[in-house]
Design a binder for this molecule. Structure first.
Ligand SMILES: [Zn+2]
Length: 96
């Protein structure tokens, strides 16, 4: 599933004869999402917008499976929120 959300802002002027300045170009906002990545070499959570992947530090801890899962998700969400897409450029594969 690939979903790219583009937000374009169109400003409408009501009969005004102003010219648009170049600085008011529509802004393109992509919303990053946690994505389940399944590749031969990697299976896990990653960012939909960059090359960031979640590397759990050790096995999840918890008294029960439920708690372990919750801790895992908390850690994952925390690291996902904290990462900066620009610092994790997606490695481009060269098509042969
Ligand atoms: Zn990212």
């Amino acid at each position: 599933m690939h979903s790219v959300v583009l937000h374009t802002r169109e400003k409408k002027t009501n009969g005004a004869k102003h010219r648009y300045s170049r600085s008011s170009l529509p802004s393109i906002v992509t919303i990053r999402e946690l994505e389940w990545i399944e590749k031969p070499r990697f299976r896990g959570w990653g960012c939909s917008e960059c090359g960031w992947v979640f590397n759990p530090s050790g096995a999840p801890t918890g008294k029960s499976l439920d708690e372990s899962l919750r801790n895992f998700e908390l850690q994952r969400d925390k690291e996902f929120t904290a990462h900066v897409c620009a610092e994790h450029p997606r490695t481009k594969r060269k098509e042969r």
